[in-house]
Design a protein around this ligand. Structure first.
Ligand SMILES: Nc1ncnc2c1ncn2[C@@H]1O[C@H](COP(=O)(O)OP(=O)(O)OP(=O)(O)O)[C@@H](O)[C@H]1O
Ligand SMILES: [Mg+2]
Length: 505
């Protein structure tokens, strides 16, 4: 490819390659984004999207290739990238929970022209950045007290505060509801109209079609194509991502014949949870719908004892034997599995290998099966890794070296092997690509078919509708309504979630 870097291109990345150990994560990729253009980068989990963006933002050094901003070469390194006007919103939240909103926005590097600015002025910059993206949040509030969605917006404000020429967003909508997503997309379009060049990563194909003018598709680190979005259909994008024709999942609902009640939660009270009762039967998938902040994660965490509850009782019944769940440790010992919302902090030991992560909750099970030999254990872990479609399927790699979506698969794999009696999944396919998502849905249904009682929280309405036998919708810490499979539609869930007074913004 020729390197005719024109000065009207906001950012030009040319011939970027990046190798990790033996594997090429990014293989000779070139990307040019004009001012005012929103350019989406799509691809399956592990395709190299985040790696390419991290190279462009100077966070990691590439093995070859160059980055230019308006025709001026940018040296490797975050400092140089920031000074050149490149800002990155990371795939995983990177805020410091103990610090305030203002401190977080101002944290780390600003272009050096702000070098002499006093804190008071910086606070004004933070306020302006929030105003610019139209989000009202108290600058002195601790980030730990904010909802996940608000944290995401603070993260974006931090990038916007630097008044970048190039804004890179790595899956910013993964944690957002449809209404919040719409809001963000409108905001990005506005920023682009103001001349910003935007690189946008998402697994949600409809979004990509909604906001981008161009799209680049990566597969196994290689650039499959770059084209105006108008030249492609969603199906063509997906086919190019996976490199084969992805069969439309027939969305077959299971013929659920739920058995006895396995999990009974009665009058649960916890912060943001007001007197909630629910039951989950063997072989049943119960969905929890609602807007982010409705108290769903808080409820499931209180049920399994991951957070304290102030009142209420939880019993787990299996083969006629009931136990009262008091702590998370006792819950896990008694056959409860949990895939948390925040996989990086709660779900995975990032510095341990995939194999060790999978074995961790499975030790009991393994010895029950008489599996003690290391080779057998490795086989067992490999089998589970294959089952969830881990890519690459190298179980002796550290979990932290896997792409975001693949880390989610590891969390799932570690519980699959244990066959829990009661399984809680909080946003199980967040950040997971379309192919892997269908696969995970299949695995969750299979778990239920094998008799596990499943409770799933999801903000992804099609997912919630596809998986659930019954959906409880929460708002303000209460269940505001329950829908059977026959009654559940995106509309009926959203109406209960938003309340009749507030229309979905
Ligand atoms: N620090 C690292 N060490 C080793 N390998 C890595 C590291 N970071 C990424 N990789 C590998 O590089 C490849 C590309 O990963 P990357 O995170 O860029 O994918 P992605 O397209 O962002 O995927 P996702 O959609 O899951 O976020 C993967 O095979 C991944 O395992
Ligand atoms: Mg990524």
């Amino acid at each position: 490819m020729t390197t005719t870097s024109s000065a009207d291109i906001a950012i030009a990345a040319t011939g970027i390659s990046k190798r990790f150990g033996g594997a090429l994560a990014v293989d000779d990729v070139s990307l040019r984004i004009a001012p005012g253009e929103i350019h989406s980068i799509v691809g399956e989990n592990g395709a190299g999207k985040s790696t390419l963006m991290r190279v462009m933002a100077g966070i990691i050094e590439s093995d070859s290739g160059s980055v230019e901003v308006f025709g001026t070469p940018v040296d490797p390194g975050t400092r140089a990238a920031i000074d050149a006007g490149i800002a990155l919103v990371h795939q995983e939240l990177s805020l410091v929970p103990e610090m305030t909103v203002a401190e977080n926005i101002l944290l780390g590097a600003f272009p050096t022209r702000f070098g002499f600015t006093r804190y008071k002025d910086l606070k004004e910059i933070a306020a302006n950045a929030l105003a610019e993206i139209g989000v009202s949040v108290d600058l002195d509030e601790r980030v730990s007290r904010l909802s996940v969605a608000l944290r995401q917006f603070v993260e974006i404000a931090r990038a916007v505060a630097r008044q970048p020429k190039v804004l890179i967003l790595d899956e910013p909508t993964a944690t957002l509801t449809p209404a919040e997503t719409d809001y963000l997309l409108r905001m990005l379009s506005r920023l682009a109209e103001g001349g910003m060049a935007i690189a946008y990563i998402s697994h949600r194909i409809p979004e990509v079609f909604e906001i981008s003018s161009k799209v680049t598709i990566l597969r196994d680190g290689r650039q499959v194509l770059t084209a105006p979005i108008a030249d492609l259909t969603p199906q063509e994008v997906i086919d190019n991502m996976v490199g084969r024709e992805l069969k439309e999942d027939l969305q077959t609902h299971r013929d659920a014949t739920p058995g006895e009640v396995v999990l009974r939660a009665t009058d649960i009270e916890a912060p943001r949870v007001n007197s909630v009762s629910l039951e989950v039967r063997a072989g049943e998938i119960v969905g929890l719908g609602g807007l982010v902040g409705a108290g769903r994660s808080e409820l499931v965490r209180a049920i399994i004892g991951a957070d304290n509850r102030t009142a209420g009782r939880v019993t787990l019944t299996q083969n006629g034997r009931s136990v009262t769940l008091s702590s998370y440790t006792s819950a896990v010992r008694n056959g409860v599995g949990y895939v948390p919302e925040e996989r990086r902090t709660d779900g995975l030991a990032l510095i341990m290998t995939v194999s060790d992560n999978i074995r961790l909750p499975n030790r009991q099970q393994l010895s029950r099966f008489g599996i003690k030999a290391p080779r057998k254990i490795a086989e067992f872990a490999q089998e589970l890794a294959d089952k969830v479609g881990l890519r690459p399927p190298e179980i002796e790699r550290e979990a932290g070296q896997y792409s975001g979506g693949n880390q989610q698969k590891v969390v799932l794999a570690k519980w699959l092997g244990r066959r829990p009696d009661f399984m809680v999944l909080d946003e199980p396919t967040r950040g997971v690509d379309v192919g892997a998502k269908a696969e995970i849905h299949r695995l969750v249904k299979e778990m239920a078919d094998n008799g596990t009682a499943v409770l799933v929280v999801s903000s992804d309405l099609p997912e919630l509708l596809e998986l659930s036998d019954v959906i409880h919708v929460m708002r303000d810490g209460r269940i505001t309504g329950s829908l059977t499979r026959e009654d559940a539609t995106e509309q009926s869930v959203m109406t209960l979630a938003a309340g009749e007074a507030e229309a979905v913004a």
